[in-house]
Design a protein around this ligand. Structure first.
Ligand code: PLP
Length: 422
């Protein structure tokens, strides 16, 4: 294939995309190949991927063991939709019932995280016969009207006419200005307040177990338990959005397990298909009963997606990727914490979902500008680091879980040099 190169791609994007679409880097490469934790550009330059397509490629790019099953399924039967009986989707539903927390055992299959969150939110309405929602500031739940309305990151709230009636965004249990404990107390106080005033109209609270786009924010250990107890008092369901955190990423199969809480509804997407689009919302027998009018997502869990997801789950188990994420993540976090630089404010997260909060030591450049410079220089050195946070000043380390310790060491060595050069 003749590659047109980054400049021509940028030109075509400017001409044919909506202005809403952006890309990382002043000088971005054209990505033409991927193999496990590595990506390759138009000049065959190799990069270690530390972002995994935003937490999607947990099992690595074009993982041959998974692709074998995907291709076999593509050759057998590609698509039918749930109006016809096929096997991969029911095998996947059964497998999910075995690994999802508590007595969550029924699954509805969709395609994207937004669609699954939208479905989960509809389910909560149907079950409780109430209509309002609570969500956390700093959370991200999707791109549909309703999921945007519960998204608490201003830059993503694209529409000035999002739903405000009966939707309550409360502070997350994290603040750069106060301790985790104080921020947790404040968040719980706001939650109780909303529940006291509006609990009889609210069907669910939706939250990520660790905020991803919001800057890799983990909550104090007791927070989610306290939230669940409060919600139960007002017959409000807890929807946990594991779109970014699910399937081994944080050192547990699902990040909610870190808090020892079983939610009412759990939403997954991204890593389940390792690059083939598939998403889910799952719940108990009791709650699922309420979702009883005809409903289907055309592509949701189609044979190719479901067979791939089954293969992904098998690969995660057989290769102990969850334990690997914990072990390598602990190591990465420990080593990042050893770096001494005026630019580092805090290292957060767990497993292979680690954020480095960048700060500006003086007035010359903003923390977001410094983050961009570090990200660009790391790219030039062959390491693709992600970025998120409310001010886009958090470097995100979320590599494929198949990454090797040597890749992490090489990245750390280069990061040390880049930070030292500032
Ligand atoms: C936590 C979370 N929820 C929902 C979404 C939306 O998923 P999608 O882009 O597949 O619709 C994202 C996307 O990044 C996410 O990180």
């Amino acid at each position: 294939m003749n590659y047109i190169g980054p400049e021509s791609i940028i030109k075509k994007r400017q001409e044919y995309f909506f202005p809403a679409t952006s890309n990382f880097y002043k000088e971005p490469p054209q990505i033409i190949g991927g193999s496990m934790q590595y990506l390759y550009d138009q000049d065959n330059k190799k990069y270690v991927d530390f972002f995994a397509g935003v937490s999607v490629l947990n099992c690595g790019h074009s993982n041959p063991e998974i692709l074998k099953d995907t291709i076999e399924q593509l050759n057998k039967v590609q698509h039918t939709c749930t109006l016809y009986l096929t096997q991969p989707i029911v095998d996947l539903a059964e497998k999910l019932a075995a690994i999802l927390p508590g007595d969550i055992r029924r699954t509805f299959f969709c395609v994207t995280g937004s669609e699954a969150n939208e479905g989960a939110m509809a389910l909560a309405r149907l079950y409780t016969k109430k209509s309002g929602y609570i969500a956390l500031k700093g959370g991200l739940h999707g791109r549909t009207h309703l999921t945007l309305s519960v998204t608490g990151i201003p830059m993503w709230r694209l529409d000035n006419n999002l739903i405000e009636d009966n939707i309550y965004l409360i502070d997350r249990p994290y603040s750069a200005e106060s301790s985790y404990e104080d921020a947790m107390e404040e968040s719980l106080k706001q939650l109780e307040d909303v529940l006291q005033k509006h609990g009889k109209d609210i069907c669910a609270m939706i939250m990520e177990p660790i905020q991803g786009n919001g800057g890799i924010i983990m909550y104090p250990k007791d927070y989610v338990k306290k939230v669940k107890t409060l919600l139960e008092r007002y017959n409000v369901l807890l929807i946990i959005d594991e779109v970014q955190t699910g399937y081994g990423r944080t050192g547990k199969m699902f990040a909610i397990e870190h808090y020892d809480v079983v939610p009412d509804i759990i939403v997954t997407a991204k890593a389940l298909g390792n690059g083939i689009p598939v998403s889910t919302f799952s719940t108990t027998d009791e709650i699922a009963k309420a979702y009883n009018r005809p409903s289907a997502s055309t592509f949701g869990g189609n044979p190719v997606a479901a067979q791939t997801a089954l293969s992904v789950l098998k690969y995660i188990e057989e290769n102990n990727l969850t334990a690997r994420a914990k072990e390598l993540g602990d190591y990465l976090k420990q080593e990042l914490n050893k770096l001494s630089s005026n630019y580092i404010q805090e290292i957060r997260g767990c497993g292979l979902m680690i954020g480095m909060q960048i700060q500006a030591p003086d007035q010359t450049r903003s923390s977001a500008e410094i983050t961009d410079i570090i990200q660009e220089e790391m790219k030039d050195r062959g390491f693709l680091i992600g970025k998120n946070g409310l001010n886009r000043d958090v470097l995100a380390f979320q590599p494929p879980l198949v990454i090797a310790r040597e890749d992490i060491d090489a990245m750390l060595e280069n990061l040390k040099q880049v930070l030292g050069e500032r």
